[in-house]
Write a protein that binds this ligand. Structure first.
Ligand SMILES: CC(C)(COP(=O)(O)OP(=O)(O)OC[C@H]1O[C@@H](n2cnc3c(N)ncnc32)[C@H](O)[C@@H]1OP(=O)(O)O)[C@@H](O)C(=O)NCCC(=O)NCCS
Length: 182
């Protein structure tokens, strides 16, 4: 799904651009971005070796996402660099069409600058414009920054799935499910 790009003011005074990814121009940078963010936090769902797709595969993923009315992918670009990306996944099935789930991931040096807030505002606006009734997400227990952002944006916890995540060291965490009515 394509959206008009828009500028955001970041807390450090810089300007960012929220826009759809460009499959040709962004594929390499987005693979690098993903590999980097999964090493910077334990709160994303993959390990680095699970982010090993090729540039051609990434271009295809981005093109298909932009063309798919049930998917929205946005990146935040700051001074020519991808600071983060976020996405909205809508449901085709009639019984689930009122719901969409979101995901988000920023590079560590861009945390706490208000970019997550701006991204969630953009996803919420797009979801409302599509007539969706609720937004949903899940996060790994312990992600206080994520939780603070989600609560600030009006999400409330609806469930916990105990031991849903198992790290390589064998420790387990819950997945926490949150929801926001639109
Ligand atoms: C979680 C994430 C998306 C948040 O985006 P962000 O741009 O850093 O968030 P913002 O700056 O817009 O807002 C963060 C809020 O959390 C608060 N916060 C930061 N660290 C916190 C902490 N340890 N505990 C509680 N609140 C915290 C900030 O003060 C801010 O609130 P404010 O705007 O009222 O001051 C981003 O940090 C990120 O990508 N993290 C790594 C990947 C990840 O966790 N993704 C989500 C997986 S579910």
């Amino acid at each position: 799904m394509l959206l008009n790009s828009r500028e955001i003011l970041v807390k450090d005074g810089r300007t960012g651009v929220l826009r759809n990814p460009d499959p040709e121009a962004d594929a390499v940078a987005l693979i690098r971005h993903l590999k980097r963010i999964v090493t910077e936090t334990e709160f994303l769902l993959r390990y680095p070796e699970e982010c090993d797709w090729t540039e051609a595969q990434e271009r295809k993923i981005l093109s298909e996402s932009n063309a798919d009315e049930m998917r929205l992918m946005l990146v935040c670009e700051i001074e020519g660099e991808i600071a983060g990306m976020c996405g909205l996944s809508m449901n085709r099935q009639i019984k689930f069409r009122h719901r969409a789930s979101l995901d988000i991931g920023l590079q560590k040096r861009f945390w706490n600058l208000g970019i997550g807030t701006a991204m969630l505002e953009a996803l919420t606006k797009a979801a409302k414009a599509r007539g969706l009734m609720q937004l949903e997400l899940e996060y790994i227990e312990g992600n206080a920054r994520g939780r603070a952002l989600y609560e600030k944006m009006g999400f409330t916890e609806v469930a916990r799935h105990p031991d849903a995540v198992r790290f390589k060291d064998g420790s387990m965490r819950s997945l926490v499910f949150m929801m926001k009515k639109l």
